[in-house]
Structures are given as structure tokens and as C-alpha cells.
Design a protein around this ligand. Structure first.
Ligand SMILES: Nc1ncnc2c1ncn2[C@@H]1O[C@H](COP(=O)(O)OP(=O)(O)OP(=O)(O)O)[C@@H](O)[C@H]1O
Ligand SMILES: [Mg+2]
Length: 256
């Protein structure tokens, strides 16, 4: 870990803070007393078995899911309930999903320029200039006039990242962004994420890419059955997992 990272992760006020968060889906207790602080510039990787609540936790952070009780704050402010404030929050918290979710009937350029125009009231020309810069940054500027279906999965996912960045988010959430991709396209997306991490973006990433987790994460959070069971630096977590659940999980995931 670089000194710069240590400094940044030591900042006193967390950028994202979950306190005693509880959530049920009917009888299913999906989030159990979740307490989590993410510092500005920190890269957090969330791992755990299927159904452990990783996606649900991510989705509560931009209020795609409501919570039963507890508190979630972004930059010290509680999550807004609805309306314009909620739209602003969604813009501050970029989210990239497993499925790319691009607008199928809009060009790549339009996909990236649209929200800044509509939500931030940016002038069209400025939004398009910014979109081109972002597309260049993720290496797909030559595809700007194409439709999403004409791009590979890896290219579409990089466009999805550019689209989220266009809103200047304070934090980026990634929920298994590479798990729907063909293997040869995984690295082109992970490379963009690693670059973002180096640039100081605050990131919460759910991923099964353990190489990425070791390289890019400041901290690993291991979830099982709706609980955070372990939180540790990557080397500590991978080399010395404490709980039997984590040992079992790692033995399964690291052998294929
Ligand atoms: N909208 C929903 N309604 C009811 N149950 C849900 C809903 N969304 C998720 N669940 C359930 O909540 C639990 C946690 O799901 P979640 O998607 O958060 O897990 P996950 O850790 O992301 O799993 P995976 O690794 O498979 O993506 C699962 O048992 C799931 O079936
Ligand atoms: Mg999930």
C-alpha cells in the first residue's frame, strides 16, 4: 500500500457509512447489523458466497433498495427519501452492474452525454465533449457513433463506466462488472477499474476476480448470510482467513 493511500484512508470522516443496517425480504433476513465505513479514495472489495447479500448491500447505498432500520450516509449526509434529492444522490453514486444496461436505441456518445444534459442541465456540446474525453479514457472513443449492440461486452461495460463517470460521482459501486463477460474481455474492464482506483476514486466492488482484489483493494469485506464476517487487508484476508466460512469460500474460489 502506498503512503498516499494510507494517508487518504486515514481521513476522519467516512465518505460512505452504514450503521446498524437491517433489511428483510419477507421472512428472509438479508442484511444483519451491517456496519461499514469507506474512506474517501478507498477501494473496498466485497466477496462472499452467492446469496450472502452483497448486491443488496450495494443497492441500499444508492437506495435502489430501502432498508428496514439503521442509517446510511454519503459524505456525512443521510440518504434522501425521494424526489430531487434522491436523483442527486443517484448521480453522486455511480453504479455499474453485471449487465451493461446501456440504452439500446441511443448511440454510445448519447449514452454517455444524456444524463449530464438531462439531470445536470449541461449544454449539449459540453456534455458531448466530456463524453468523448471519457470514452477516450476507457479506450472506446472510436466507437462513439455506434449503437450498443455493435460493441463487444467488454466495450459496452467500459461505456457503462464512462457513463457513470460523466456524472462526477463521489463513489462508484461495481456489482460483478465482469462476470457476464467472455474471459478475454475481463481484463480490459479490470484495467479501467484499476486505473480509476489509482486516480483516487472511492470504489466499492463486488467481484470474484481475486487477482484484481489483491492488486487493487485497500480492504476486503467478506460477507456470509447477510453479515460482515471479516474485514482485512487483501494479503491478510487471502493468506490468513480467520473464519471457517471464509476458509471454505476461498478454498472453493481459488481452486478453479
Ligand atoms: N428483490 C428480492 N426479493 C426477494 N428476495 C431477494 C430479492 N433480491 C435478493 N433476494 C434474496 O436475498 C438474498 C441476498 O441476495 P443478493 O442478491 O444480495 O446476494 P449476493 O450476495 O449478491 O449473491 P450473488 O453472489 O449470487 O450475486 C438471496 O437469498 C436472494 O435470493
Ligand atoms: Mg449479487
Amino acid at each position: 500500500m502506498s503512503e498516499e493511500k494510507i494517508y487518504r484512508t486515514d481521513e476522519s470522516r467516512p465518505l460512505v457509512e452504514l450503521t446498524h443496517v437491517e433489511k428483510h425480504f419477507g421472512d428472509l433476513h438479508v442484511l444483519k447489523d451491517i456496519n461499514l465505513k469507506v474512506a474517501k479514495g478507498e477501494v473496498l472489495v466485497v466477496v462472499g458466497p452467492s446469496g450472502s447479500g452483497k448486491s443488496t448491500m450495494c443497492r441500499t447505498i444508492n437506495r435502489l433498495e430501502t432498508i428496514d432500520s439503521g442509517d446510511i450516509r454519503i459524505d456525512g449526509k443521510p440518504l434522501p427519501q425521494e424526489g430531487r434529492e434522491l436523483a442527486r444522490l443517484r448521480a453522486e453514486v455511480g453504479m455499474v452492474f453485471q449487465s451493461f444496461n446501456l440504452f439500446a436505441n441511443k448511440t454510445i456518445l448519447e449514452n454517455v452525454a444524456l444524463a449530464p444534459i438531462r439531470v445536470r442541465h449541461m449544454a449539449k456540446k459540453d456534455a458531448e465533449d466530456q463524453a468523448m474525453e471519457l470514452l477516450a479514457r476507457v479506450g472506446v472513443d472510436s466507437q462513439a457513433s455506434k449503437m450498443p449492440a455493435q460493441l463487444s461486452g467488454g466495450q459496452q461495460q467500459r461505456v457503462a463506466i464512462a457513463r457513470a463517470l460523466a456524472m462526477h460521482p463521489k463513489v462508484m459501486l461495481f456489482d460483478e462488472p465482469t462476470s457476464a463477460l467472455d474471459p478475454e474481455m475481463v481484463n480490459e474492464v479490470l484495467d479501467v477499474m484499476i486505473e480509476l482506483a489509482h486516480e483516487g476514486m472511492t470504489m466499492i466492488c463486488v467481484t470474484h476476480e481475486m487477482g484484481f482484489a489483491r492488486r487493487a483493494a485497500d480492504r476486503i469485506v467478506f460477507m456470509a448470510d447477510g453479515q460482515i464476517l471479516e474485514e482485512a487487508a487483501p494479503d491478510e484476508f487471502f493468506d490468513h482467513p480467520k473464519s471457517d466460512r471464509a476458509k471454505d469460500f476461498l478454498s472453493k474460489i481459488l481452486t478453479h
